[in-house]
Design a protein around this ligand. Structure first.
Ligand SMILES: *Cc1c(COP(=O)(O)O)cnc(C)c1O
Length: 383
């Protein structure tokens, strides 16, 4: 069994993808080919924002947004403690201080009450100026944007939506990657919409920021001439082959994949209802794109033994995430290491992500359910 079955997906989309790849090779327009701007238009339309700027990966997408805002030394950026490293790495690499905020144990997303407390605390300390919030759509479920936007408005903070895992999700019909002042996503192969290598994108309705980000992504070029460099930038482009693959995958994503992965998640919810596992909770009005299906084990179950038991039966599982951000060695000795995040600490000890993708079958889900219940009935699972 595959954790995310990209081989199966390729076998379904093979004819179209092979044809699109061959078109790019024939044209030899490997950088900035027509497929790149076509894809950007399609993505912007799908999300419902004015501008989409593609780039080399989801990490660069965050960096491009922070650079466009001029965030750096002396600035505080609020980031959930339970996320992938990039969300905190990017502001720190720009010289700002990521302030890690605990998450809600049901949604796994930033706890809005603790977010406001953290902003007030940093204001009181007077050492760093609160500038932005990086909200993450963890495991595919959008963060609580109604409340987060209210806090951003109240304290004059910019909102960056890290939608690397969130593409395709929505709140009351409004699509993820459209909630931030700037939003970003990743097309890493295993994300909800993945390419065949690295890729990412930035979304915004703001014309000025969009122009700056387009410039930054290509060595700070001016809008007319690539060899006239008006600022220091990066080399961060989505190549034409990736854009061509993504055009096929976006179509499948819209046609059936988003729906199919939600069906898989529902089947899991039913199959696992009586197992004692704590199942992922999607809020009312929210739709997840299920970057992960993450359960929480009850205290007392030895996760390593359980994971090994499943692995021995060819069921791959992952632990997202093992470590709170504030405990990562990269932040040791810095202001960022001082966070107090008991929910994140607990989640890091109890979460387990199960295989999920649009091509997961009912039989696979039953196999996983049976293995999980067998495992949990075995005394050696208990610590
Ligand atoms: C994957 C991911 C990123 C980084 O995306 P890359 O394309 O791998 O650089 C950023 N934030 C989150 C939450 C992610 O899951």
């Amino acid at each position: 069994m595959e954790f995310r079955d990209l081989k199966k997906q390729y076998s379904v989309l093979k004819n179209e993808i092979d044809m699109k790849i061959a078109e790019v090779c024939t044209s030899a327009h490997f950088i900035s080919g027509a497929q790149v701007s076509e894809l950007e238009r399609q993505l912007a339309e799908y999300v419902g924002v004015k501008h989409c700027i593609s780039c080399a990966n989801g990490t660069d997408a965050i960096t491009l947004a922070l650079k466009a805002w001029g965030i750096g030394r002396g600035d505080a950026v609020f980031v959930p403690d339970f996320t992938f490293f990039s969300s905190g790495e990017c502001p720190a690499a720009e010289g700002a201080v990521p302030v890690f905020v605990d998450v809600d144990e049901n949604s796994f997303n930033i706890d809005v009450k603790k977010l406001e407390e953290a902003v007030i605390r940093v204001l009181g300390e007077g050492e760093y100026a609160p500038k932005a919030v990086i909200a993450v759509d963890l495991f595919g479920q959008p963060a609580d944007y109604a409340e987060i936007k209210e806090i951003c408005r109240k304290y004059g903070l910019l909102l960056l939506e890290d939608g690397a895992q969130g593409f395709g999700g929505s709140i009351d019909g409004k699509k993820a990657c459209g909630f931030g002042d700037i939003s970003t996503t990743s097309f890493f192969p295993s994300k909800p919409l993945g390419c065949y290598g690295d890729g990412g994108a930035v979304f915004t309705n703001n014309d000025e920021w969009a122009a700056i980000i387009r410039s930054l992504a290509v060595h700070g070029k001016n809008s007319e001439n690539k060899y006239d460099n008006i600022r220091l930038g990066m080399n961060s482009r989505l190549d034409t082959l990736q854009a061509a693959v993504l055009q096929v995958k976006l179509k499948a994503f819209k046609d059936h994949e988003l729906q199919d992965i939600n069906t898989a998640a529902l089947m899991y919810n039913e199959a696992l209802a009586d197992t004692g596992l704590i199942l992922p909770h999607i809020k009312n009005g929210y739709i997840s794109s299920w970057a992960q299906y993450t359960v929480q084990l009850q205290r007392g179950i030895d996760r390593n033994v359980l994971k090994k038991y499943l692995q021995d039966r060819s069921i791959p599982t992952m632990i997202y995430y093992m470590k709170p951000m504030h405990s990562q060695q990269a932040f040791s000795g810095t202001h960022s290491a001082e966070a107090d995040c008991p929910v994140t600490r607990k989640l890091c000890e109890t979460v387990l992500s199960l295989p999920i993708h649009p091509y997961l079958s009912r039989e696979d889900i039953y196999t996983i359910r049976n293995a999980l219940t067998e495992a949990m009935n075995e005394s050696r699972m208990i610590r």
